[in-house]
Design a binder for this molecule. Structure first.
Ligand code: NAP
Length: 287
């Protein structure tokens, strides 16, 4: 299948490579072209402009940062003209209302639209183990299930457009909550002079343990947040999307507002583009 892949950042790049390895013909567009120039060696077409990639494609996959980037790259007047008869699959993390608004614009341009946000990061892309959550009709899900299986073995139809986006936010709220809570406990353990091994051994034996704690612990202990899988700025974006959505639905979001403050402080320290576990620097500043 000819696929246009728009947005080849941390996630988009390995996803495009995976589709190529599965035998699809891929044309990638990335705002910063230098970052993807080497993909040509792997037989992936690197387009100068998004409309070039879209024109040659049967389907368009989006793995862009946010709704603003989608509006810039996909919904310019030039690219809109190319959407007729094509299917747009939105796989980044955007809000449910944003996804529905993009759907309306794609449909108005004569295209078809579904959302398929994912849980999992670069390692899960490379292993084909992403959790793919689809928002669309049962018919769309059936038509595109094989494509989604390139990314993860068990794609799931969650509901209509907007519902998979909302579920993705519900899951990412947990990423923020877990790193904020774990950072605070670890900070206290360290400042009280309690061995971290003892803390972890007891935590692991308890019902409180979450695998993310163990995964992020080496970064927190060494304060090394380089080579991110998922950046602080995108976690802040997702927390803000969650706060907006949950607030509108009448939920009390006080617990997440604490994580929001911490992420904002982390970014003020110049740590926007590194691993989100850098939030530890806001909780327990180093010497
Ligand atoms: N990383 C993860 O573990 C993960 C997991 C699941 C979902 N997600 C979600 O997937 C999406 C992509 O994540 P990522 O980690 O791959 O992010 P990333 O590395 O920051 O890549 C973002 C992509 O969007 C492009 N972009 C950003 N702003 C733009 C604008 N104004 N106009 C045009 N292009 C723009 C970037 O182009 P440039 O290269 O030119 O900056 C890049 O292609 C996000 O919504 C994120 O929340 C991420």
């Amino acid at each position: 299948m000819n696929i246009a892949f728009l947005g080849a950042g941390l996630m988009g790049r390995p996803m495009a490579e995976r589709l190529k390895a599965a035998g699809h013909a891929i044309a990638v567009f990335n705002r910063t072209r230098d970052k993807v120039a080497d993909l040509a060696k792997a037989g992936i077409t690197v387009a100068e402009r998004p409309e070039e990639a879209v024109r040659a494609a049967f389907c368009v996959i989006l793995m862009l940062a946010d709704a603003k980037a989608i509006r810039t790259v996909l919904l310019s007047s030039t690219v809109r003209q190319e959407l007729k008869g094509r299917t747009v699959i939105q796989m980044g993390t955007v809000g449910p209302r944003e996804s529905q608004a993009i759907q309306r614009d794609v449909q108005a341009a004569g295209g078809d639209y579904l959302e398929a946000p994912v849980l999992g990061s670069i390692a899960e892309v490379q292993a084909g183990k992403l959790l793919v959550m689809v928002g669309g009709t049962p018919e769309q899900f059936t038509n595109w299930a094989d494509l989604f299986r390139c990314f993860g073995p068990e794609p799931r139809l969650i509901g209509q457009v907007g519902q998979a986006a909302a579920l993705k936010l519900a899951l990412n709220q947990l990423i923020a909550a877990e790193i904020a809570a774990f950072s605070l406990s670890l900070g206290l353990v360290q400042r009280e002079g309690i061995p971290v091994d003892t803390f972890m051994a007891i935590l692991k034996q308890s019902a409180l343990f979450a695998p993310a704690f163990e995964k992020k612990l080496p970064r927190l202990l060494t304060r090394d947040y380089a080579n991110p899988n998922f950046s602080t700025k995108h976690l802040l974006k997702d927390v803000e999307l969650f706060l907006k959505e949950a607030g509108a639905l009448g939920l009390c979001t006080s617990s997440l507002e604490g994580a929001h403050t911490l992420l904002t402080k982390t970014i003020e320290r110049g740590l926007a583009d590194i691993d989100y576990s850098a939030l530890y620097e806001a909780v327990n500043p180093g010497p």
